[in-house]
Design a protein around this ligand. Sequence first.
Ligand code: SF4
Length: 145
Amino acid sequence: MQNPIPLMEAGITKTRSVCGYCGVGCAVDVMTRDNRIVGIQPAMDGPANEGALCVKGQFAYDFVHHPDRLTRPLVRRDDGKLHPTTWDEALQIAADGFLRAAAEHGEASVYGIASGRTPSEADYLMQKWVRAGFGTHNIDNCSRA
Ligand code: SF4
């Protein structure tokens, strides 16, 4: 049996990170070569996962380098097509859309769903935005699915 090639000799760098798929927050070692992900390993000392990962966290990383991945904000213009823009403009257009929906269809037409991966502070702001901003309790998060 041959010894495995050491990571450094194979040009692979190992970087500690946290899986971004769900609220468990498993610790992972991301294996990269030439600035591209070539594998994910479970961190043996990860406090939440202790060397284990689910199939999604271990193998579903193709999206990182996928050509269709969104890497900048897009807005739909009058031609019906999506166009790149700045974050300031995209956020303003989104805010205008929420206000228009509330004005035309009532405040209950706005519903917020927070990500299960957001920190408590962001969740607090999200519920405040829905409750104080629109006067409804239409707020939930994807962890309840
Ligand atoms: S590896 Fe699986 S269980 Fe762990 S954080 Fe990622 S998605 Fe969640």
